[in-house]
Design a protein around this ligand. Structure first.
Ligand SMILES: Nc1nc2c(ncn2[C@@H]2O[C@H](COP(=O)(O)OP(=O)(O)OP(=O)(O)O)[C@@H](O)[C@H]2O)c(=O)[nH]1
Ligand SMILES: [Zn+2]
Length: 190
């Protein structure tokens, strides 16, 4: 799904300009379809701009489960807003349902990560946005979001430190309690 605000013609023209700027010939055989391809690719990579957390967290049910629900190792692909190159890794998303016992589908937690990952992003904001939208929409008693990523802007260019991982967390409500937090962290790390 592409964001309704995505302007294909403009993206294509910008890629053509970029090719000229780097000293390439955008009309040579191998590059002639590249602006259109890159535009389509950016449409996909930034599709989250056309979605909201409410869109993906609509399915809720009550299973009477009132303890931690954690989905770990959700693959993350995002684009760093400083260099427009990818950062990738995993997200771990957990919550303790609210007093009304409302929970959402497990896949929806992974979809929620994508809503905020598929756009120009910084890892800290991605982490916070996932946590806060769960708090606002599900009204859970606690939320924990931990994201571990490698930033290609630190690997393929600049400081060039392959393997360096950035870990960010956002913890809300009862999961801030040291015992509950330690239990969740042990499940994430284990
Ligand atoms: N906090 C944070 N920083 C990020 C993220 N992604 C990229 N960065 C950093 O953004 C910073 C931008 O720094 P600048 O000095 O403006 O840009 P630069 O000259 O390209 O920096 P270098 O990457 O050090 O070469 C760099 O330190 C990146 O590592 C992120 O998700 N969170
Ligand atoms: Zn970057």
């Amino acid at each position: 799904m592409t964001s309704p605000t995505f302007d294909h013609a403009r993206a294509e023209a910008a890629v053509r300009e970029l090719l000229i700027a780097i000293g390439e010939d955008p009309d040579r055989e191998g590059l002639k379809d590249t602006p259109a391809r890159v535009a389509r690719s950016y449409a996909e990579i930034t599709a989250g701009l056309g979605q909201t957390a409410e869109d993906v967290l609509q399915t809720t049910f009550n299973l009477g489960h009132d303890e931690l629900i954690l989905v770990k190792d959700i693959e993350v692909w995002s684009v760093c807003e400083h260099h427009l190159v990818p950062f990738t890794g995993v997200a771990h998303v957990g919550y303790i349902p609210g007093t009304d016992g409302r929970i959402t589908g497990l896949s929806k937690l992974a979809r929620l990560v994508d809503v905020y990952a598929k756009r120009p992003q910084v890892q800290e904001r991605l982490t916070t946005q996932v946590a806060e939208s769960l708090v606002e929409i599900l009204r859970p008693r606690g939320v924990i979001v931990v994201i571990e990523c490698e930033h290609l802007c630190m690997t393929m260019r600049g400081v060039r430190k392959p393997g360096a991982k950035t870990i960010t967390s956002a913890v809300r409500g009862q999961l801030r309690n040291p015992v509950t937090r330690a239990e969740a962290m042990s499940l994430i790390v284990g």
